[in-house]
Design a protein around this ligand. Structure first.
Ligand code: ATP
Length: 135
């Protein structure tokens, strides 16, 4: 079976490293399924889940908050401002972040940075979905 190496890296260091038979990512242009031998590509990512089918046939989910994917024939590298495997997501923290963002967006007061609150909202929803396997 052909495989590709998948690395997910953040400014705090590497988060994920595995051999995969397939990887799917959420690019800003839509969902991308990546198989070993894919043509070299770089694409910007949305906040979303990276789904990795590992060489030993497990599916692993990683929440990422945007960034880029660089694809080479035998290597997929994802650079993201933050990334968490399901196991390391703190569900209560994500729910708090969701509540904070919703409150800010509902208040619609002057001084609320709407783009920032929307970005925080989508990171929180993404973490909750990955933690709950709800994707
Ligand atoms: P919060 O308001 O809870 O900090 P945030 O979306 O603003 O959420 P980020 O700026 O995206 O947080 O991430 C900051 C750091 O905290 C990153 O290292 C990220 O992996 C980590 N992180 C954020 N939320 C969680 C969570 N719910 N569980 C585990 N790690 C988290």
């Amino acid at each position: 079976m052909k495989t590709t190496v998948v690395n997910i890296v953040t400014p705090d260091g590497p988060v994920y490293d595995s051999e995969a038979s397939m990887v799917s990512v959420r690019a800003t242009s839509g969902e991308m399924g990546i198989l070993p031998g894919h043509i070299p590509t770089v694409a910007p990512l949305a906040v979303g889940v990276v789904r990795v089918q590992t060489a030993n046939n497990k599916t692993e989910l990683v929440a990422v908050s945007g960034g880029f994917v660089e694809i080479r024939a035998e290597q997929v590298t994802i650079l993201s401002p933050s990334a968490e495997m399901a196991d390391s997501i703190d569900l209560a923290r994500a729910k708090e972040a969701l509540k904070r963002a919703e409150t800010r967006l509902q208040a619609k007061k002057d001084g609320v940075d709407v783009k920032r609150a929307e970005a925080a909202l989508s990171r929180a929803i993404n973490r909750i979905n990955v933690k709950e396997g709800n994707i």
